[in-house]
Each structure stands twice: as C-alpha cells, then as structure tokens.
Design a protein around this ligand. Structure first.
Ligand code: BDR
Ligand code: CA
Length: 318
C-alpha cells in the first residue's frame, strides 16, 4: 500500500478525503495533520478525530498544526472576496463526538521528523492552506528533497472560488504557497478547481451512497448533500443539484492516475495584488521561459471518481 500523510482543514470535502484514504486498501494513511483554514484549527482537529472515530480508524494519529497563516496574522483582504468557504463548512461535522484525542506532538514537528526518518516513500497531500508545509520547509532545509511526491488541492486557472481570481487554499496563505512552489520538491501535482469542478457529485450519487448503509457512505451522503445545497445557492455556472468534493479527488488520483489529466507547467503564486492576491499564475503558454515545477490538473474523470468512492465505502467497516 502507498504510504500517505494528509494535511487537512476539515472541512466537509476534507472529511470525505480522509474517509477515502483511511478505508482504501491500497493506501496506508500513516498520519493526519491539521491546519487553520475552512474553520479554526481546533475545529479542524476535532472534525478530523470525529471522522476517523466514526469509521473505526481512531488508530490513525492526528497532529494539530498552525492556527494562522505563515507570515500574515490573518487571511488576506482582497476586493472580490465572496466569503464562500465559510458557507461550505461547519465548525462541527454531522458525525458523533470523538472519543480519541489529538497527538501531543505538533504537525510541523511530526512532518519534519517523519520525513527525516522515512525508510519508504511517503506521499504528502495538503488539501488545505499550505501553512504547515511552509513551516516544515523553514524547519528543515532538506524537507523538499525528502518528500517524494506532493499532491496539492489548490489554485485554479479558469475558476476562482474565494475571489474571481483565487482559490481558497492558496488565497488563505499565499506566502506559504509561494514558498512551496519555489522549494524544489521532486514531484508536485496541483489539483486545481478546473479539475475538481469536472468531477461533480449529484443528489443521485448521494442517494446511491446512502443505500450502501456503511458509516462512511452515510456520512459522505449527508456531507455532500449539504455541499450541494450550498453550491446551488452560490453558483450560476453549473448544473443545479451537483457539487465538487475537491479534496477527495486528490485521494482518488493517488490510487488511480487516470482520475486526472495533468500538464507539466510552471506555477507561481501572487502574494500582492489588490484583485489577485492568492492567484496561481499558471504558465499555460510558456511565456515565462521557466522550468515546469508542477503537474497541473485541469480535467477529471467523474465516473472513475464516483465509482471508487462507491466501491470503497460499500465495504463493511467501523
Ligand atoms: C478547497 O478549499 C476548501 O474550502 C476545501 O476544503 C478545499 O480544500 C477548495 O477551494
Ligand atoms: Ca480542504
């Protein structure tokens, strides 16, 4: 099985990603780190513990991370902020309170120590703001060299969701994101909104999941229904009754590389810009004459994604 560390801001779609990673037989989820993002980090941690308990995987340790962006005290201020992220997430997810507790060690120490001592490749998958990853880079000058593959949910080329030009995870900590893209990681995959919005989940998919009757299938159905309700209110471009489940697409891609289509390109992050702070500047036409630093996903295969969730969540667990 592929060893994985998930870095999350749970988060509705983060919760689905955690369940898919924790229950997939081809993935060994060795730890989960949390970061300030969709909700305050203490709620992200609590939600993460709840989700793991709910599916009978409280053996997976949870390490709490940064409670604010890497450089800034708070999220950026930009014209055009839609405050959309807050609508899609709740401080407490609709699963029972957790019995398990977070680990004593902090997320950044855990990341640095784990990669320093790693004997086998461990994929790192941040699906929240990149604060913990920037902090790990600052703490260990060799951190980038030690991580064989980084799969990031963030950014967008056609689509922004926090502002017209920026996606939430990158917008929420642009200085951290800029450090990550220039750090020289061996292999970076960037799963943008352009890709995750190609893998929309419908009410019919939720009905199907609910019928499976397992704790993960039921929780996913409830959570995605909530996301669809919010998405229907806030968007004008997509079929009503559907929603993206961004973070879970990254997990699906880890085990089925045909879930996403990628291009090897140069990615930079705008850290200033009254209108564009937090934008991923993706050089799709090779204007900047710089070496590609990321495999950028612009498209996804919704059928493969939904089929995997349905298959994995249908098995008895918990
Ligand atoms: C990303 O932002 C968060 O709100 C979601 O959990 C996802 O990681 C989508 O822009
Ligand atoms: Ca997230």
């Amino acid at each position: 099985a592929q060893k994985l560390i998930l870095d999350v801001d749970t988060g509705t779609d983060d919760a689905v990603a955690i369940m898919l990673a924790a229950l997939h037989p081809e993935i060994e989820l060795i730890g989960v780190t949390t970061v300030n993002g969709n909700v305050e980090v203490k709620f992200c941690t609590d939600n993460t513990l709840r989700v793991l308990d709910h599916i009978g995987r409280s053996d997976i340790p949870v390490y709490e991370g940064s409670n604010r962006p890497f450089v800034r005290d708070n999220f950026p201020v930009a014209r055009g902020v839609t405050d959309q992220a807050s609508k899609f997430h709740v401080e407490t997810l609709p699963v029972p309170a957790a019995k398990s507790k977070k680990a004593d060690k902090g997320a950044v120490d855990y990341l640095v120590e784990t990669y320093r001592n790693a004997k086998e490749p461990i994929v790192l998958m941040p699906v929240g703001p990149l604060t913990n990853i920037a902090a790990a880079l600052a703490a260990d000058p060799d951190f980038a060299k030690r991580v064989p593959e980084l799969i990031i949910m963030g950014g967008g080329h056609e689509i922004g969701n926090m502002t017209p030009s920026a996606e939430f995870n990158i917008w929420a900590d642009p200085e951290a994101a800029a450090r990550v893209f220039s750090a020289g990681f061996e292999k970076v995959t960037l799963v943008t909104l352009d890709a995750t919005h190609r893998a929309l989940i419908s009410y019919a998919d939720c009905d199907h999941l609910a019928m499976l009757g397992t704790p993960a299938a039921q929780a996913t159905s409830d959570i995605v229904r909530f996301r669809i309700e919010m998405h229907d209110i806030s968007q004008k471009m997509e079929v009503l009754g559907t929603a993206p489940v961004h973070d879970a697409v990254c997990v699906a891609y880890l085990v089925d590389r045909d879930v996403l289509t990628t291009r090897h390109l140069h990615v930079d992050v705008e850290t200033g810009g009254a209108l564009t702070v937090g934008r991923t500047v993706i050089d799709t036409h090779f204007r900047g004459n710089r070496e590609p630093n990321a495999h950028v996903a612009f498209d996804a295969d919704p059928k493969r994604f939904v089929a995997m969730m349905t298959e994995i969540f249908s098995h008895p667990h918990g």
